[in-house]
Design a protein around this ligand. Structure first.
Ligand SMILES: Cc1cc2nc3c(=O)[nH]c(=O)nc-3n(C[C@H](O)[C@H](O)[C@H](O)COP(=O)(O)O)c2cc1C
Length: 260
């Protein structure tokens, strides 16, 4: 009979349009079944305010760290996940992506987390809806994804039975070359906007002016959270070019991959 440490699972997530957050919830639930804990806590790191505090974790914590893939890398958010500190704390990486590819994201995340005292014991790349296409990643994670996620959690179980963790290796470059970021045109319909301020308050990079709703192009990461959260549907964006390129080239559904 194995003597399980009683772990608390923490979901530490950056997810502007909630796709990665949804996948992380499924991963956390499957892990909780396999390592016999009901303690799941959520740490939403999507807004600047939520990233301004430091969070410390110990050996009874298991941290699932998750972010969407932007241009094959972590979103260009300064110091993303740098406010998390572990003490030989086991950690699971989750890259949510819109059915194109995750490229360097997992390797990049592993490097950041390792530098901060975490041991990356598993990683998963989950397909989630692509914000620039209604076809790519639509309905994902689906039922068959859920059984892949369950298989991942089940395969991690033996590592917890002995509490002996070793870092895994991941595909991709830990220090990929920074990509040039192009601002995607967005519009604000003044007739619909009620000036509620939710877009500015929710923006992951503080790029929206609270007074006039204008977007600072140097700060905007094109996550499109402003369009998604707007209760009046006053914000929209122009993605026709990229949508047709994605749908022509990446429509074939990909499978969840995981690494142990
Ligand atoms: C600026 C930007 C770049 C993206 N680049 C990629 C990519 O390289 N590969 C991919 O499969 N999906 C890509 N996506 C889709 C995202 O990974 C993801 O599907 C979407 O943004 C939702 O993530 P969230 O709901 O967790 O915020 C990109 C999305 C954005 C906004």
């Amino acid at each position: 009979m194995h003597n399980f440490t009683s772990y608390t699972i923490h979901k530490a997530i950056f997810s502007p349009t909630y796709g990665t957050a949804h996948a992380a919830t499924l991963v956390a639930e499957q892990l909780s079944l396999n390592i016999s804990t009901e303690k799941i806590k959520k740490l939403d790191l999507t807004t600047p305010a939520s990233r301004s505090s430091r969070y410390f974790f110990g050996s009874n914590d298991l941290v699932i760290v998750g972010a969407p893939v932007y241009a094959g890398q972590l979103p260009p958010v300064e110091n993303l996940f740098r406010n998390l500190r572990g003490n030989q704390t086991p950690c699971i990486l989750l890259a949510g992506y819109g059915n194109r590819h995750y490229d360097d994201t997992l390797a990049q995340m592993a490097n950041i987390m390792m530098q901060q005292g975490f041991i990356c014991i598993g990683a998963i790349a989950c397909i989630i809806p692509h914000i620039f296409s209604e076809k790519l990643g639509s309905g994902r994670p689906n039922l068959s994804d859920l059984s892949r996620i369950a298989a991942f959690a089940n395969a991690l179980k033996p590592k917890f039975e002995t509490d002996s963790f070793a870092a895994i290796t991941l595909p991709g470059a830990a220090f990929p070359e920074k990509k040039e970021r192009k601002f995607m045109p967005k519009s604000l319909n003044a007739d619909l906007c009620t000036h509620c301020g939710l877009c500015a308050a929710s923006c992951p990079t503080g790029a929206i002016n609270k007074e006039n709703g204008e977007i600072d192009q140097t700060k905007c990461i094109n996550c499109m959270r402003c369009s998604v959260v707007c209760p009046a549907k006053a914000r929209s964006f122009e993605a026709d070019g990229i949508r047709s390129y994605l749908e022509e080239n990446f429509s074939e559904p990909r499978e969840i991959e995981f690494f142990l």
